[in-house]
Structures are given as C-alpha cells and as structure tokens.
Design a protein. Structure first.
Ligand SMILES: C=CC1=C(C)c2cc3[nH]c(cc4nc(cc5[nH]c(cc1n2)c(C)c5CCC(=O)O)C(CCC(=O)O)=C4C)c(C)c3C=C
Ligand SMILES: [Fe+2]
Length: 411
C-alpha cells in the first residue's frame, strides 16, 4: 500500500481499527475486492491516478458498512419516523429502495431514481450508509414480538439533559464519507425515496480528521484536543466479534446495537483548565495520548502504577480508569464517534462536542454499565452535557441482491 492510499483510509475519531488496503483507481471505479473483517475495500480500475475519492467500501457483505471502517471525515445522522399508514409493507419497500441506492452510491454509481447529479464528479469517497431500527419501529409494523431484549430503552443516567425531540426515532441512517457533497447527495436521495413513507425526526452533522491531513496515519483528536480512539477493541483480539456483534435473535445474528449520544462539551471551562489538569482528567497525555502511567500512545494503561509521592499515576476519577473494562465487569464497546459544531449558543459558548456512537453486541454489556459509572465518578463529566440519546438495532449486512432487514421483514 502506498503512503498516499494508507492515509486515505485512516483518520477520524475512533481510528485504531484494523485497516486494509485501498488500491488505485479512477473516480467512480467499480469496487474490485473487499476485506470484510478489516472493513476496507479496493477499487478495481488499473492505471488511474489514486485519489481520495476513488476509495470505495462495498455496501453488501456480512456486516453493514460503517461499523468497522475507520471513521470518515464527514458524517450525517438522519433519523426518520414511519408515517402511520406505512406499515410493514411500506417499511419493506423503503428498506429495499434505500439498500439499492446505498449499494449504487457506495460503488460510485448514480442512484437509479431521484439522482440530482450533485456528486457526479466525485468518486464514492469511502461512502458508507448504515441502517438501524429503533424500538418504536416494531409496534408500528406489527413486529412487537420480534423486538430484541437488547433494544430495551436505555435507563436514565444522573446528569442527563436529554431533548427527546432530538433523540430516539424509528429508522437510524448513518451516512459517512470523506467528502461533504457525497454525504449530502446520499442524504438527499434517501430522503426523497422516503417521501410518503417516513419523515425526518432529527439530524446531526459531524466530522473528523480529513484523511491525509497528518503527515503519518494517527488516531484522531476530539474537540477537547485529546487523542481519542486509542483503546478501542481491536478486530484482531479473540473476543472482538463477541463484544461488537450480536448472536441473536435470528434476524439480528451478526448485527450490532448502536448507542448514540449527543454530548456537548463545555469548552469555555475546559479550554481554561491548564494542560496538566486536563491530562489528569483523562489519564493520558494531551500531546500524544500516552497514558500517565508511562510509555507511548499504544502502551497498555497501568492502573496500579503509583507515583513517587504515593499518588496514583492515573487518578481514581480519571476517564480512562472509570471507563476501563476491568472496572466494569468486562463491559466494552467499539466507539466510532464524530465531532460536531453548530456554531455558538446565545451565551456565546460553542454548541460543539461529540456525536458519540458505540457499537456493541448488547448495550447491557457495553454502554449501560460504563455510562452508569462515568455519570457518577468520571471527572470528565463536569465538562460534558448529554443532550440527546438513541439506541438502534443495526441488522447484519445484506447479501448482493438483498436488503437490510430482509430476514425480519419477510418472515
Ligand atoms: C459510556 C461510554 C463512554 C462515553 C459516553 C465516553 C465519552 C467521552 N470520551 C471522551 C474522550 C476519551 N475517551 C477515552 C477512552 C474511553 N472512553 C470510553 C467510554 C466512553 N467515553 C472507553 C470505554 C474508553 C477506553 C477506556 C480504556 O479501556 O482505556 C479516551 C482515551 C483514548 C482512548 O482510548 O480512546 C478519551 C480521550 C470524550 C471527550 C467523551 C465525551 C464527549
Ligand atoms: Fe471516552
């Protein structure tokens, strides 16, 4: 892999996932090969000049795209509610249409309907479209008996300040790509296809580091300036699949559960805190993400290490200590979040933070126990406000010719 193509597939908060190869190819080239587990793909055309835009991630496969791939530079989250008359048939037709469109756009081809040519000159730019089903969808489609236990509502956490109008919803759509026009084009096409079946409930726009922005591939930074995504579960670890992917019920086997939190950062307070105190709050160095117990970014955190003065190297209330699986009965999740910024609030403070997205086999063994502890004992929580929330069942990927959710909607 050339240095250029390696950079093209890295970056964004939540990097630290395994990375495969992206070959050279002209913009819009058809997808040639895929590494399903590492989650990246090769474009097939020979002889073209490699470009960021030519990188393509196949829509079809064992897993939905947008879980295992490194976070792209741009994301749009759009959540839709079914109209009352849509029913199960309406949902089936919509998932068929959406899946067909997502597959074509991910391959750099125009959509079969409603294509307004906005992204005509660009390649797929690593476009991924990921679909999830909220708990409310099941009652509306006569499928209440098939709703998985793992989709039970998240509990309330101390300090939550949730806006329900920007939370929950029937159909979660995560559109990621390395180009904003490509994201807009996908959203616009999917929205027009939904007309008459589903209406937008809430949306959020996010971003991460643009591939190629750093001289060498590096884990992304969040808006607090921290290196974020280092200690994510690794696809090469033996319990990775058990941590991230569900083993039932039948239609969800191989799928995952996405927890979404819109977390505003109180940046006026944070940015006035001296760097050494910021580092104490997280338990890692700000400059390079190395743990305060020593070593480099990828050195395992030594939670037992004591400084010469007898204090803990990683404080008792440091974020990485409170969030670590070892203190949460092994609870773990794959974090794949994006930054957001929606300008300034009336008081002049930034309306900015993290679109926290975490994939796991079961939120009861992932997000919930960790957030319970964070909400009580994490020194970072003084600088955060959880403003919106959602939980979605993300079905397994669809095979060629199939659509996401087919085993649920046709049985
Ligand atoms: C409930 C889960 C988590 C929420 C919510 C959360 C919010 C949040 N985190 C950061 C910044 C960092 N988090 C880091 C590590 C980390 N965070 C969680 C979980 C949640 N974070 C876990 C499980 C871990 C890994 C812990 C471990 O095992 O070491 C880090 C360190 C670098 C890294 O490993 O990614 C940072 C930095 C922010 C800013 C935030 C809310 C806005
Ligand atoms: Fe965290």
């Amino acid at each position: 892999m050339t240095e250029f193509s390696r950079r093209a597939v890295l970056g964004g908060i939540g990097a630290g996932l395994a990375v495969g190869a992206v070959g050279g190819g002209v913009a819009g080239a058809r997808v040639g090969a895929a590494d399903a587990e590492a989650g990246t793909a090769a474009t097939g055309a020979a002889g073209g000049t490699p470009s960021l835009g030519s990188a393509a991630v196949p829509f079809h496969g064992e897993r939905q795209a947008g879980i295992l791939q490194p976070a792209q530079a741009r994301v749009q989250l759009a959540v839709f509610d079914l109209v009352p008359e849509a029913g199960r048939d309406g949902l089936r037709r919509l998932m068929q249409a959406w899946s067909a469109t997502a597959a074509r756009l991910a391959a750099g081809e125009p959509a079969a309907e409603f294509d307004n040519q906005v992204a005509l000159d660009a390649g797929p730019c690593s476009l991924t479209v990921t679909f999830g089903f909220g708990a409310s969808l099941f009652d509306k489609t006569g499928l209440a008996a098939r709703r998985p236990e793992a989709l039970s509502p998240l509990p309330d956490f101390p300090g939550d300040a949730l806006d329900r109008a920007r939370s929950d919803g029937d159909l979660w759509v995560q559109i990621g790509a390395d180009d904003a026009l490509v994201v807009f084009h996908a959203l616009r096409t999917l929205q027009r296809q939904a007309s008459g079946t589903a209406v937008l409930r809430w949306q959020a726009t996010g971003f991460g580091r643009t591939p190629g922005a750093t001289e060498r591939p590096m884990t992304g930074r969040n808006l607090m300036g921290q290196v974020d995504g280092t200690n994510n579960p690794k696809p090469s670890s033996p319990d990775f699949a058990r941590t991230v992917f569900a083993d039932g019920p039948d239609w969800m086997t191989g799928g995952s559960y996405a927890v979404y939190r819109r977390i505003r950062m109180l940046l006026d307070n944070w940015d006035n805190l001296p760097t050494d105190r910021q580092e104490r709050v997280i338990g890692r160095r700000k400059s390079d993400g190395a743990p305060l117990s020593g070593g480099t970014e990828t050195t395992p955190v030594d939670l037992a290490k004591v400084n010469p003065d007898g204090t803990l190297a990683v404080a008792a209330d440091a974020h990485v200590r409170v969030a670590a699986p070892s203190g949460n009965g092994g609870a773990a999740m794959l974090r794949r979040g994006f930054s957001y910024q929606d300008g300034l609030l009336p008081d002049g403070s930034p309306d900015a933070g993290l679109l926290f997205i975490a994939f796991q086999a079961d939120p009861a063994r992932g997000f919930v126990p960790v957030q319970r502890r964070l909400a009580r004992g994490d020194s970072l929580s003084r600088f955060l406000r959880h403003e919106a929330s959602g939980l979605y069942a993300v079905p397994p990927g669809a095979p060629e010719g199939g659509y996401v959710g087919q085993p649920l909607l046709e049985s």
